[in-house]
Design a protein around this ligand. Structure first.
Ligand SMILES: [Zn+2]
Length: 150
C-alpha cells in the first residue's frame, strides 16, 4: 500500500496558517516550552518545516493550538512516513485516536477538519495499519472508526 504525500498536502491546502500568537494556547511569556515551540514553527509554512524540527518536536503535538494542530499535522505525517518509528509517528497516533472525544480538548481539535482532510487522515491511518506492529492495531483501528464517524 502506498501513501501520497502530495495528496496529503493538497487535501490540507485550505487549513489556515496560524500567526505567532496562535501556535500554542499557553501565554508564551509564561510557558517556556510553548514559547520555544512557537518560535521554532513561526517562520515555516506547512510544506517547509525542516525534518530536524519535526523530529525534535515530535512529542509536542498536543501543545499546538487547534488551529496549529490542523495546519502543521501534514508536516508531521510526512515525517512519520519518512521515519516510521519516530516520536512523531507515536504522537500522531495518539492525536488521531482521541481517548475522550467529547471533551473540550478533543472536540475543539477534531471538529475543525473538512471532508478532504478527514479523508486524508483516514488514508494515513489505513496506510499505517498496513505496515504497523501488532501492538498498534487497536489504536489505529479506533482512530479509523473515529474519523469515519466524523
Ligand atoms: Zn505551554
Amino acid at each position: 500500500m502506498d501513501y501520497s504525500i502530495t495528496g496529503l498536502f493538497e487535501a490540507f491546502s485550505e487549513a489556515p496558517r496560524p500567526n505567532f500568537n496562535e501556535i500554542t494556547t499557553h501565554a508564551i511569556d509564561e510557558c517556556t516550552e510553548c514559547k520555544e515551540l512557537s518560535r521554532s514553527f513561526e517562520e515555516y509554512s506547512v510544506v517547509d518545516v525542516p525534518d530536524t524540527l519535526l523530529e525534535y518536536h515530535g512529542n509536542d503535538i498536543t501543545l499546538f493550538s487547534s488551529k496549529a494542530f490542523r495546519y502543521y499535522l501534514p508536516s508531521f505525517i510526512k515525517y512519520a512516513i519518512e521515519v516510521p518509528d519516530s516520536n512523531a509517528h507515536e504522537n500522531i497516533l495518539y492525536n488521531l485516536s482521541p481517548d475522550d472525544p467529547n471533551s473540550d480538548f478533543w472536540s475543539g481539535r477534531c471538529d475543525q477538519f473538512n471532508s478532504y482532510e478527514k479523508e486524508a487522515l483516514i488514508s494515513y491511518l489505513k496506510y499505517r495499519l498496513s505496515i504497523c506492529d501488532v501492538t498498534e492495531v487497536n489504536c489505529i483501528d479506533s482512530g479509523i472508526k473515529y474519523w469515519n464517524q466524523k
